[in-house]
Design a protein around this ligand. Structure first.
Ligand SMILES: [Ca+2]
Ligand SMILES: [Zn+2]
Length: 330
């Protein structure tokens, strides 16, 4: 089922982006009950999806105008930041645990970490999507290179590294097309909060991620779903260098898009990523979509630029990821 871009995006008065759930993606992931400390239940589910740039969409933005994680309202965003600060302070830090502020977190913040990666190949019964071990290894290499800051002299080493802990393969047409995704994730997920689970599927999106602050109430579905042919050598024009996984793992480590919040002062809660009014498409050098200081961070992995345009996280994002990992995944 293909979706059109029109009508899927609405901007709230607060500047938050709200996207309608895709009909292929039931909102069954939403589980508001349980953890009294959890965020208010989002009205549109625990995550949102990016559109895959298929033939009709290659010329548009990465994933079109949709989000690939659950939408977070401006109010929810403020509550997430406050909650993270409280958690970091309670962990025995020095009370400076302002997420992503670039000033460093509390003493409890562990910098980076070694992340075990479980790859679940959700192939079709005819073998479609049954990516090779070599391609999976190449994808893990891309994660390591991008998180080590190896693609630009302007890129920090986040100190996160990734080791392949296991690969399993399923041949199920429903799962291959991301059907019953909550069910298949709960059935196949491995490891704890610190384990990265990657499900390789064929769906209408490049990727979908869950956020770290949702792990406590919904750990069974925690991880990222990635279009299998976005892996290195996968064949999607402009999106097959493996950077989709880098982007989705950024969400999994607590980063928003660089265009989160648009031209607001807090925008993506990271101080060194200039505000951006909307997703970038392609690689338009010099783009400057907000009157706030700084050019749009079009080379940032958390924008929607082409894979070849991506080359960095910012130092503030690197700090935020360590803080989020310490708060919710360590
Ligand atoms: Ca920013
Ligand atoms: Zn995204």
């Amino acid at each position: 089922m293909r979706l059109t871009l029109s009508g899927t995006l609405a901007a709230t008065a607060a500047g938050a982006l709200v996207v309608a759930l895709a009909p292929t993606s039931p909102a069954s992931a939403m589980t508001p009950a349980g953890d009294p400390g959890a965020m208010a239940a989002p009205t549109t589910g625990v995550e949102q999806e990016c559109f895959t740039p298929d033939d009709d969409l290659v010329a548009s933005a990465r994933g079109g105008q949709a989000h690939d994680h659950r939408s977070v309202s401006a109010k929810q965003q403020r509550r997430i930041e406050a909650r993270t600060e409280r958690i970091l302070a309670a962990k025995g830090g020095n009370g400076k645990g302002k997420p992503g502020g670039g000033g460093g977190g509390g003493g409890a913040v562990q910098v980076g970490g070694v992340i075990p990666v479980y790859v679940h190949v959700m192939a079709a019964s005819n073998g479609a999507g049954d990516v090779s071990d070599a391609q999976i290894a190449a994808q893990v290499d891309v994660l390591n290179a991008t998180y080590a800051g190896q693609e630009s002299s302007a890129a920090p080493d986040t100190s996160f590294s990734f080791t392949l802990a296991g690969t399993d393969r399923f041949y199920n047409n429903t799962w291959h097309q991301d059907g019953a995704s909550s069910k298949y994730r709960k059935a196949t997920r491995q490891g704890g909060a610190d384990a990265l689970n990657v499900w390789l599927v064929d769906f209408d999106y490049l990727g979908v991620a869950t956020f770290p602050w949702d792990y406590a109430r919904n750990g069974g579905i925690d991880g990222v779903r990635v279009q299998y042919d976005s892996l290195p050598g996968g064949g999607i024009p402009d999106y097959d260098l493996g950077k989709t996984a880098t982007h989705e793992v950024g969400h999994w480590l607590g980063l928003y898009h660089t265009f989160q919040g648009g031209c607001t002062s807090t925008n993506d809660e990271v101080s060194d990523t200039p505000a951006q009014s909307s997703p970038t498409s392609g690689c338009p050098e010099g783009r400057d979509s907000c009157s706030l200081p700084g050019l749009d961070p079009i080379h940032n992995y958390m924008d929607y630029s082409f894979d070849a345009c991506y080359d960095r996280f910012s130092a503030g994002q690197s700090t935020r990821m360590s803080e989020m990992f310490s708060a919710y995944r360590a």
